[in-house]
Write a protein that binds this ligand. Structure first.
Ligand SMILES: C[S@@+](CC[C@H](N)C(=O)[O-])C[C@H]1O[C@@H](n2cnc3c(N)ncnc32)[C@H](O)[C@@H]1O
Length: 346
């Protein structure tokens, strides 16, 4: 390793985010010298911190508060975790995903649903504006995705939300970078049913995307197409029933009643302000959408991870479908929201 490192290099070395490194510098727990807009950190200071400084991070007594499930399933060390909550078949860790992911067990999760900050889309939310530049955001993304890849089972799927509205073209770079880290599997379109911003220089954006990645080109991910069938419309049923080519009308009726396979364009209305589901999170995803994703990509009893839990939609759905789950969320207020939703839905 070279003698002095930048913030990003130090973050990689310590397996934490660049924000965390800057925070440690601000707290004077890691010595560094200012160099333009960045910091220079000496290798000796980093080694010192890695050996001794980390012991001060987090609350050591927290380990005693972890339940058996937490010890067995996650074997988590307390550093970087601000709180742990066991709820039903799952655990919520409050803290930075980059601090917590390295402590989750390898090859454990059947599916990872990640709805990360999209980068400067929600201008008023601190968590969406934590990076100085698109490059820094991309570097952060690659760092957490490498950890997600490690904890994903070999036949598992990593599903990552993103969008192309107006400013959000960074999503294109994200997809291209991540297709080099893992194997591209699919791109699901979430059709939100109504447009979501006031763009005047093009058509109104109406969809978001879900990039689906698998471990490698020869990995064979579990996917149950039967799990998501959507009802045929009344008109479509009438047309099929009148079609003279089908001789066995009863078999035809049975087939029609099962519904059709979902396509990779999932039309699920986004949540309106008046929606009963709304829990006070600005980018809360609809339960029905998450149900489709979890039902098809996991079996009952499988483990699901959401490293950016927000208001807890993944946890609520996983719990209701009999999956084990783990959620990570930075903000105490959203952890409270998720716990409230879980309590109300149990
Ligand atoms: C797009 S929202 C997720 C919304 C969620 N899917 C839902 O349905 O409510 C992203 C969430 O990630 C959290 N977050 C941002 N940076 C984080 C980090 N480094 N570690 C963990 N959580 C983070 C934010 O506080 C925010 O709640």
């Amino acid at each position: 390793m070279q003698k002095s490192l930048t913030t990003a290099e130090a973050a990689r070395f310590l397996k934490v985010s660049p924000e965390r490194v800057r925070e440690l510098i601000r707290q004077k727990r890691l010595s560094a010298e200012k160099c333009g807009r960045d910091w220079v950190i000496q290798k000796s200071a980093l080694n010192l911190f890695a050996e001794h400084g980390r012991k001060q991070v987090g609350r050591p007594s927290l380990l005693n508060t972890l339940g058996d499930t937490a010890r067995r399933e996650n074997a988590i060390r307390p550093q970087g975790i601000r709180a742990v909550h066991t709820v039903g078949d799952g655990m919520i860790y409050r803290g930075d995903a980059l601090d917590i992911l390295p402590h989750l067990p390898s090859s454990h999760y059947q599916a990872i649903l990640a709805d990360p900050p999209y980068f400067q889309v929600l201008r008023n939310e601190r968590w969406d504006n934590a990076w100085q530049s698109p490059e820094e955001y991309l570097e952060w993304t690659v760092t957490w995705v490498r950890q997600a890849k490690r904890v994903l089972k070999n036949d598992g799927l990593l599903l990552i939300f993103g969008q192309l509205g107006k400013r959000e073209h960074i999503w294109l770079h994200t997809c291209s970078l991540l297709a080099q880290e893992m194997q591209f599997h699919d791109m699901i379109i979430w059709d939100r049913a109504v447009g979501y911003n006031e763009r005047r220089d093009s058509f109104t954006p109406q969809y978001e995307m879900i990039l689906v990645l698998r471990q490698s080109s020869d990995a064979k991910p579990y996917f149950n197409k039967e799990a998501v069938r959507l009802p045929y419309s009344v008109e479509r049923i009438q047309i099929y029933q009148q079609d003279k080519r089908y001789k066995d009308t009863r078999a035809r009726a049975r087939h029609l009643s099962m519904g059709k396979y979902a396509t990779n364009i999932l039309r699920v209305p986004s949540l309106k302000g008046v929606s009963k589901e709304k829990a006070g999170h600005p980018s809360q995803k609809p339960v029905q959408l998450i149900q489709h994703l979890i039902s098809a990509s996991t079996r009952v009893g499988d483990a699901v991870l959401d490293p950016f839990l927000g208001s807890g939609t993944t946890a609520v759905v996983a719990q209701s479908l009999g999956r084990r789950w783990t959620g990570i969320e930075l903000q105490a207020q959203y952890v409270r929201t998720a716990r409230k939703r879980l309590a109300e839905s149990s």
